[in-house]
Design a protein around this ligand. Structure first.
Ligand code: C5P
Length: 227
């Protein structure tokens, strides 16, 4: 028997949503449970911001940033644990630098530039390889994989999202302040939702899941149930 996954295009589950909605953790666990590939598209925007900082490129120099995005020498290594990911930029391990709120803030500025988004488009689509892909971000279902098998949009209350980010950063040994984080998340969401290109909003055919008060395993099970 060949199901649609075997005979049609490589299946993709897209998980979009604002910061702290749980999409990274849910996406990684889902990919691991299904034995599929995983794309953390936010990491690509963070990498462009980090590469720009290291090379002294201004965050409004669209042509130079697009060139950086096209030429990023990046390597993702997942595991051994479900929540562990190693990211290398030109051979250097950059995970901790990538996860800071300051880097997220710079990523959201470069992500508003159409030339940067265009430069990353094919790179993101190249992650679609058999047996399947779980892709998380802001525009995975709306722009990058419009023909995805299943599109999920995760939300959670602003307070819960700030708390999750706080706990995540603390676990990684990064110091954080809950009130400041909450302000930063709100500012970043507003910029991501209001930009002209690929703004943060659910695709018309996405299933919207409010994960406030839900455990990660519960969210993963709900998404699997929809596949
Ligand atoms: O998800 P993460 O916090 O790592 O994303 C960092 C920033 O990258 C977001 O605030 C957003 O501006 C941008 N981004 C995007 N499109 C994506 C993923 C991330 O614009 N698909």
């Amino acid at each position: 028997m060949t199901g649609p996954a075997a005979s049609g295009p490589v299946p993709v589950v897209t998980i979009d949503g604002p910061g702290g909605s749980g999409k990274g953790t849910v996406g990684r666990r889902l990919a691991q449970a299904l034995g599929w590939h995983y794309l953390d598209s936010g990491a690509l925007y963070r990498l462009v911001a980090l590469a720009a900082q290291r090379r002294g490129v201004a965050l409004d120099d669209a042509p130079a940033l697009a060139a950086l995005a096209r030429d990023l020498e990046v390597l993702f290594e997942i595991g051994p644990g479900p929540d562990e990911e190693r990211v290398r930029l030109a051979g250097d391990e950059v995970g901790p630098d990538l996860r800071t709120e300051a880097c997220g803030e710079r990523a959201s500025r470069v992500a508003a530039l159409p030339a940067v988004r265009a430069a990353l488009l094919e790179r993101q689509r190249a992650f679609r390889r058999p047996p399947g892909l779980v892709a998380d971000g802001r525009d995975m279902g709306s722009v990058v994989f419009p023909d995805a098998t299943l599109k999920i949009f995760l939300t959670a209350s602003p307070l819960e999202r700030a708390r999750r980010r706080y706990n995540q950063l603390k676990e990684k040994g990064v110091s954080a302040n809950l009130a400041a984080l909450s302000d930063e998340i709100a500012r970043r969401d507003a910029r991501d939702a209001q930009r002209a290109v690929a703004p943060l909003r659910p695709a018309a055919d996405a299933v919207v899941l409010d994960t406030t008060g839900m455990a990660i395993a519960e969210v993963v099970a709900r998404v699997r149930g929809l596949l």
